[in-house]
Design a binder for this molecule. Structure first.
Ligand code: 13P
Ligand code: SF4
Length: 304
């Protein structure tokens, strides 16, 4: 932290000069999360907050699809990405051709795409979802069959919550959450009795089955804040526990975690450079942005 302090001070000064705000995802490192961000949250919270931003500039501390979502919702604002290579294995797993293929296979079924997709994929979809509203969105759609892309595990976990629907899915996955196995969780529980195990719904369904609770990153925070277990294992990205542990000193966070190499591309140094040089601005073709905005806005309206 002492080493980072000059960066934090310089970023906070530059934010004022540029009339900028920093939107940071829960998986950012604690120096970004606690030191320089104006809004923190899960994917849905960041998208909702992006609509309310008054500043001229948004610096997106998260991955590329999140910056695209902010730009789609705020076409007149400058949205900066501190590292354009901060991608996502889910977003990379599907293109609009994949959406067309699913529509051909399941004619008439609406396409619900996770926000972890490119603007082009969102534009080809009927509605978006995040892990905090996926079951609600799927349950509200007027169709027996629903296409969910691109996260096969989120789709399978939602299928258990909304059994009245037939859910079909694309076979994408998150490289962070797919690494956990049910066997890992069972062994961990055996060796650490009394630990509350909390899994993100991007984990395979057998992992979620072994957990005490499953929810989006904000759902995880709410659960731990409400329940205050003595010990908790978060089956998700490593920064999640680091970021929330400060406010929850009574909870001991234990257990292994997995790092997202994409999220970790965003560093304090790159955030400073981004604000200093005003790079890299995220652009989305207006025609694509307009269609994608409809899918994102439908999701926001349905989750109110
Ligand atoms: P949420 O913060 O919406 O739970 O998403 C997790 C994630 O993997 C984002 O990339
Ligand atoms: Fe994508 Fe998974 Fe990383 Fe989130 S944690 S950005 S879903 S690869």
């Amino acid at each position: 932290w002492a080493i980072q302090a000059p960066y934090v001070a310089a970023i906070n000064r530059l934010k004022k000069e540029r009339n900028a705000v920093i939107l940071a995802h829960n998986y950012m490192t604690p120096d970004i999360f606690h030191g320089v961000s104006d809004v923190v949250g899960d994917s849905l919270q960041l998208a909702v907050k992006a609509v309310e931003v008054q500043a001229d500039v948004i610096v997106q501390c998260g991955v590329h699809f999140m910056a695209e979502t902010s730009k789609i919702l705020n076409p007149a604002k400058t949205v900066l990405m501190p590292d354009m290579e901060a991608g996502c294995s889910l977003a990379e797993s599907i293109t609009s051709a994949g959406i067309a293929q699913m529509r051909e296979q399941y004619p008439g079924a609406p396409v619900v795409s996770y926000v972890n997709t490119t603007a082009e994929v969102k534009a080809a979809s009927d509605i978006c979802c995040t892990s905090s509203n996926a079951a609600q969105i799927v349950g509200a759609l007027d169709s027996d069959t629903i296409i969910m892309t691109p996260d096969q595990y989120l789709a399978q976990n939602v299928a258990k919550q909304v059994p009245q629907k037939r859910i079909v899915w694309w076979e994408g996955s998150c490289i962070v959450h797919e690494q956990y196995t049910a066997q890992d969780i069972r062994e961990f529980r055996e060796w650490n009795p009394g630990t509350r195990i909390i899994a993100h719904p991007e984990c395979p369904p057998d992992v979620v089955n072994e957990a005490d609770f499953s929810g989006s990153t904000s759902g995880i925070l709410d659960y731990v804040t409400r329940e205050k277990p003595e010990k908790a294992m978060l089956v998700t990205e490593c920064s999640m526990a680091s970021n929330i542990s400060d406010e929850l000193p009574e909870v001991e966070f234990i257990g292994p975690c997995n790092m997202c190499p994409y999220m970790k591309k965003i560093t304090l140094q790159k955030v400073l450079w981004s604000l200093h040089t005003m790079t890299e601005p995220v652009e989305v073709e207006p025609e694509v942005a307009e269609k994608a905005r409809i899918a994102v806005q439908r999701m926001i309206d349905l989750s109110r």
